[in-house]
Design a binder for this molecule. Structure first.
Ligand code: UN1
Length: 513
């Protein structure tokens, strides 16, 4: 198996950037890199003066907010419609950049751009549906109602693994809600970030929206900290590790700002004896090994009924052995590289710990292509059986999220036991049950079932559609983004009492004056 030369990838990225209209910020404060070869692509200007840069960007977005909040929402929707058109026109370019910078296979990179287009369509519709309720007043001649208003500047902090889609579903919704956005993307994906920002800048120019409705801030932790602490940032929407969220949440709360946190997952699927095994195997392999295990919704634990465990594991191991690992631009590849050698080290450490804790590696874990690309991190997705049964099997490393294609398998005898195992981890993002027994499916979906924000039946944990609200419970942070009524987090509500009676009636029958 060969890999493309870094020069080829460099040209491909530059061609896409130039079609999108990005002028690369010249300097050498940071580097664009590709996980495909593990090499650097080119230097870029880093943040010049962190405090000043953040201050200026937030100030500009704050100023733009004053004008943007009074533009009628359906007109704000026109900006997002234009962005969606530009994304359609440049989907191949953006997908190229996602593959070069993150290592996603072609179909998943295109899928990420599709998700952006979908959320733009959704947000355009939403721009005509930002409604409040009227509530029956207890007083005659009074109207009680709620009104939704724009919130302010939204600080978006995003991770490397969905470098464009997470930005888009925050930004498209925030913009129609009348907010302005300052974005601090992952340091690992500056090219995708520059491309997204440029497309939005072009959309704003095309429809005559203020340019400062969106500002991009490339940089590291110090930039993020400044953004999080700035009192002009009304909402911080942050996607990343639980460790990151543990810092962001309290800092924003300390200044009474709002935060929307999308943190780690430790997603599981329960496989019951009645499950359709063909469908289950295909779903599990995509959810666990797809995106090289680097989705927050990646399947990390499989809880299988003892009666089907041997059959299912046999089929899984077969499927894993055949997984093509390698160049993500190659049409046949299903598993691209991990983002960095550090990610590979973490996977190896997790595998070593799993072994120490009594686990048995059934397949995978080996490094690939180290001779061709020593700086890249290609790995065989792994399946590890961690225990016969019972809660004791789910200790140590199984309770942690390792951002790699590493699937732990546990077995169960009774469905209630499976649900208990399922919920007995600190995280609560996504979950699935594979069963043809309606009672089991309904129990899993019920209040005493899965405790996650996403609960699925006969479909894997990853790959949620944008129309539903996206997010999770417990250490996942509690936020909801994207579809359904997640928009409410990006607005503030006001409760209005209007007295048209001509008399004064106090609530709760209070008499006074
Ligand atoms: C993420 O990994 O941060 O549900 C987001 C999914 C995608 C989004 C993942 N729609 O897998």
């Amino acid at each position: 198996m060969s890999l493309p030369a870094t020069d080829t990838l460099r040209s491909r990225a530059l061609a896409a950037l130039s079609r999108i209209g990005v002028a690369l910020p010249e300097g050498d404060g940071m580097h664009a890199r590709t996980p495909i070869t593990g090499e650097r692509l080119f230097p870029l200007a880093g943040p010049a003066a962190v405090a000043g840069d953040v201050d200026e960007a937030v100030g500009a977005a704050h100023e733009a907010f004053r004008a943007w909040r009074v533009v009628p929402a359906p007109r704000r929707g026109e900006l997002v419609r234009r962005l969606g058109e530009l994304l359609r026109a440049h989907q191949d370019d953006l997908a190229d950049l996602v593959t070069v910078e993150v290592g996603k296979i072609r179909s998943e990179a295109l899928g990420e751009v599709r998700e952006m287009i979908d959320v733009c369509d959704f947000a355009v519709g939403l721009s005509r549906q930002l409604y409040g309720r009227t509530i029956a007043s207890e007083r005659p001649g009074h109207r009680l109602a709620e009104t939704w208003h724009p919130l302010g500047v939204v600080g978006v902090i995003s991770a490397f693994n969905f470098p464009a889609a997470v930005w888009s579903w925050n930004t498209a919704v925030a913009l129609v809600c009348g907010d302005t956005v300052v974005w601090k993307p992952s340091e690992l994906t500056p090219l995708v970030s520059l491309a997204c920002a440029r497309l939005l800048e072009r959309a704003a120019a095309d429809v005559g929206a203020p340019a400062d409705v969106h500002r991009l801030l490339l940089g590291g932790r110090a930039v993020g900290e400044r953004l999080v602490d700035d009192p002009r940032v009304a909402l911080v929407s942050a996607t990343g590790s639980t460790r990151m969220g543990r810092e962001v949440g309290p800092r924003v709360a300390a200044r009474f700002g709002r935060s929307l946190l999308e943190l780690g997952g430790n997603n599981a699927a329960v496989v019951a004896p009645s499950a359709d095994l063909d469908l289950t195997v295909r779903s599990v392999v995509f959810a666990a090994a797809g995106t090289a295990g680097q989705r927050c919704t990646t399947l990390r634990r499989l809880i299988v009924h003892r009666d089907v465990a041997e059959t299912l594991l046999g089929r899984l191991v077969d499927a894993y052995r055949k997984l093509p690992v390698g160049d993500p631009f190659d049409e046949g590849t299903l598993v691209g590289p991990l983002i960095s050698p550090t990610a590979l080290d973490r996977m190896r450490q997790a595998l070593a710990r799993a072994r120490e804790e009594g686990g048995e590696v059934l397949v995978g874990g080996g490094r690939r292509l180290a001779d061709v690309a020593p700086g890249a991190a290609y790995v065989e997705p792994a399946v590890v059986r961690v225990g016969e049964t019972g809660r004791s099997a789910q200790s140590g490393v199984v309770r942690e999220e390792t951002f790699a294609p590493l699937l732990y398998v546990l077995t169960y005898d009774r469905f209630e036991e499976a649900v208990a195992l399922h919920n007995d981890v600190p995280q609560g993002l996504s979950s699935s049950v594979f069963t043809r027994d309606q009672r089991e499916a309904e129990l899993f979906l019920s209040a005493e079932g899965s405790d996650c924000g996403i609960v699925n039946v006969n479909i894997g944990t990853s790959g949620a559609e944008i129309g539903g609200a996206f997010g999770g419970e417990k250490e996942t942070g509690g936020g909801r983004e994207s579809g359904s009524d997640a928009w409410r987090a990006y607005m503030r509500s006001a409760t209005n009492t209007v007295n048209y009676s001509g008399g004064l009636a106090l609530a709760q029958n209070v008499s006074f004056l």
